[in-house]
Design a binder for this molecule. Sequence first.
Ligand code: PLP
Length: 223
Amino acid sequence: MEKADTPLEEVRGRIARACKPARREPEEITLIAVSKTHPAEAILPLLEQGQRVFGENRVQEAQAKWPALRTRFPDVELHLIGQLQSNKAEDAVALFDCIHALDRPSLVKALASAMNKLGKRVPCFAQVNVGEEEQKGGCSIADLSALLAQSREAGIPVAGLMCIPPAGMEPAPFFALLAKLAADNGLLGLSMGMSGDYETAVMLGATHVRVGTALFGERPAQT
Ligand SMILES: *Cc1c(COP(=O)(O)O)cnc(C)c1O
């Protein structure tokens, strides 16, 4: 009997297949394995299969899990994908290689001063509230240009834009919108697509997909 694909092989295969109609190469897409809530024992098999880019949404949880794993796998790249409180900016800059949560002027200030203090420039994605949802994090479309200008002036390397489309809606129009906003602002990075919609995101230009459940299985509800 043929050996079944691991979840990692399955996701990589799907990314490669989604690239074809879009005439893209799989190497253009960074798969971020979202390991939030999962313990080191669940992360190790992916590391052993060669996955090196991981996403966490809580600074404290990442601080508890990753330093030990990183001593064994020093080339791990860690992305912060969740909302970030300004008072955690310094810890985030110290630990992470990329931050996908830039969404308001106060956070730009906090991250810039943390980067200056630690002498470390961490690339950031600006999160855009593409569905204009009141309860959701992310910068409004109207405020985006100003936020990007402020970030550049403050010396924050802006890698691109990130979004989470509204739940229960067809995501494609929101991915297309994010791609247009990035192009309008001269940005190349597009962090979009999760377990349910990463293939669509790849077809619409994602450079970074953030996949948790499809790699690790269901998560316990976060409190
Ligand atoms: C949890 C999370 C993901 C991963 O979601 P899945 O549906 O499990 O793939 C992606 N992006 C963000 C911002 C998240 O918080």
